[in-house]
Design a protein around this ligand. Structure first.
Ligand SMILES: *[C@@H]1O[C@H](CO)[C@@H](O)[C@H](O)[C@H]1NC(C)=O
Length: 211
């Protein structure tokens, strides 16, 4: 009996290595279109160490904009090695006073690491409880999937942080853009938010909404 088990184990261990059942990686072939199951794999024989490194997060993003902040993505379309790994990342730069306004990622949990400066961050649970904290360099914070959250630089120095998502497609919906940056009729925005007409018109003006 023992002999049979040993033989079986050995034959399993050494059987046909060419038919590996575990695929180590599937670096995206970005020349072909994306599919619901991800990109097709680049020929593994053409994959090199360079494929597994991305330097696009080394430089700060341009924070000269309405939110004084920049998000630099490292998603599969920038970093093809992420294909199929269920991960993505981004760099956040916030000038003094900069903010990533209230938003959700419907498809991912997020972890944030502060690497320079300070940030006040928070999320609001589905029970409407706010969880807010001031972070310093080296702190990490987590934002559970789908919950509204924000990052604010309420200090006088530039803030730099990196975020990591447990999905290649975290998705992004900014609350103010959903309300004020489209053509949803102002009267409907007023009725469904309890905001007055002047406020809705003002915010639509700032964010580019119509109607
Ligand atoms: C940053 O963006 C602003 C506004 O679009 C632009 O005027 C400026 O040239 C940009 N700065 C750099 C360094 O690209």
């Amino acid at each position: 009996m023992l002999h049979i088990i040993l033989c079986l184990t050995i034959s399993l261990l050494f059987s046909s290595p060419s038919k590996a059942t575990v695929q180590d990686f599937c670096v995206a072939d970005l020349t072909a279109p994306d599919t619901p199951a991800g990109y097709h794999c680049k020929d593994p024989k053409k994959v090199t160490a360079d494929d597994f490194v991305y330097s696009g997060l080394a430089a700060p993003g341009n924070t000269t904009n309405i939110i004084s902040a920049a998000v630099t993505p490292a998603f599969v379309s920038q970093f093809a090695a992420l294909n199929g790994l269920g991960l993505s990342a981004a760099r956040l730069d916030l000038a003094p006073g900069g903010v990533i306004p209230l938003h959700t990622h419907p498809g991912a949990n997020e972890i944030l690491l502060v690497t320079h400066g300070r940030l006040t961050v928070g999320f609001i649970s589905s029970a409407n409880v706010p969880y807010v904290k001031s972070l310093k360099k080296g702190d990490i914070a987590v934002f559970p999937q789908g919950l509204l959250h924000f990052q604010l630089n309420d200090h006088k120095t530039h803030a730099q942080s990196f975020v990591f998502f447990n999905s290649p497609y975290p998705g992004l919906q900014l609350l103010d853009f959903a309300l004020f940056a489209n053509d949803l009729a102002s009267i409907l925005v007023e009725k469904t938010t309890f905001l007055d007409e002047a406020t809705v018109k003002k915010l639509k003006g700032v964010l580019g909404g119509t109607n």
